[in-house]
Design a binder for this molecule. Sequence first.
Ligand code: KG4
Ligand code: ZN
Length: 356
Amino acid sequence: MLVLGIESSCDDTGLALIDTSRVIASKIASQIQLHALFGGVVPELASREHARLIGPLQDALFNDAKISLRDVTHIAVTRGPGLMGSLLVGLNYAKALSFVLQKPLIGVNHLHAHLLVAGMEHKLIFPALGVLVSGGHTHLIRMESPTNMIVMGKTLDDAAGEACDKFGKMLGLPYPGGAYLDSLGQMGTVHPRLFPRPYTKNNTLDFSFSGLKTAGLEWVKKNPEALLPSISLQESYTREVLQKASQISKDGAASYLYAVADTLTIKAKRALESFDPQCIVVAGGVAANSFVRGKFTELANNANIPLYIPSIELCTDNAIMIAHTGLLLAKEGFYHDLNLTAVARGKIIPNDYQQI
Ligand code: KG4
Ligand code: ZN
């Protein structure tokens, strides 16, 4: 099997080729610099950029791989959740390839792909507890098998990544601020009681991060010296630049991220108690966060369960995870026809596979 994976759910255009044992080639084009000018992803611009970039990326991918498009056996594409206009670019591109090459099309759930990619680096034993933490989603998922994933809890408002990005913005960091906030926080000291653990005093496995964002805003208002000095458009917030930030800024970042990580693990611990998972998988962009990694390592050690977090490049959006999930589905004989629909963020993805 040689699977072409296509990812275009948000602001990264990705293409990857994998066979049953390895990644043959992968390309990713990020639109971050464009959207940073507007302080967040502009959906219309994102879809135009996907349409502009996807063809040249395909050329570059096959150039690197030194194989022909005709050798591809399956086409896997993100069908959702995501921005509708962005998804449609990748989906229609995939449909055209599937039709021309007469190769099966497989629509992939982006959230499942984030979690399942951990299986490329470690052997996943099911059932597993999946913790999906990204810019748009915060889900606890009971992973029964690659094709049977049950949502146990999710955020009722903002995702963990959104909470990090917004606090970063309040401090003066560019969009998306999560990774900069992480670097800043690593230079600070955690004051555990500085920020609340929102929506934890209940029995549900759902999350709500909007209260934490408000607490962050109040704290910044009371501590204006935490604001970062602005830099010119040509500069970026490198470690050296962040090093010069005030101690209160560094401590605020550390304490805020600790609150995010602690909130995630409080609910994950509860989820662990409700079934008998063989491992924990933490994935999505926020799984790159050092505080989240630290807190989940502690949780897994205490529970004596293996913890698998994909390497940083596989945590953030990429097409390898789409190709890998497509491969797992193809092995089970699952595919879609050309009626495959895109599913916007917040909508349920139907289990509408056909099977050979
Ligand atoms: O999974 P992802 O690449 O895209 C979505 O599907 O959303 O996640 C992007 C999110 C952004 O909110 C970004 O700020 C956050 O992941 N992120 C981080 C870190 N690296 C990426 N958040 C905190 N710490 C990081 N090191
Ligand atoms: Zn994602």
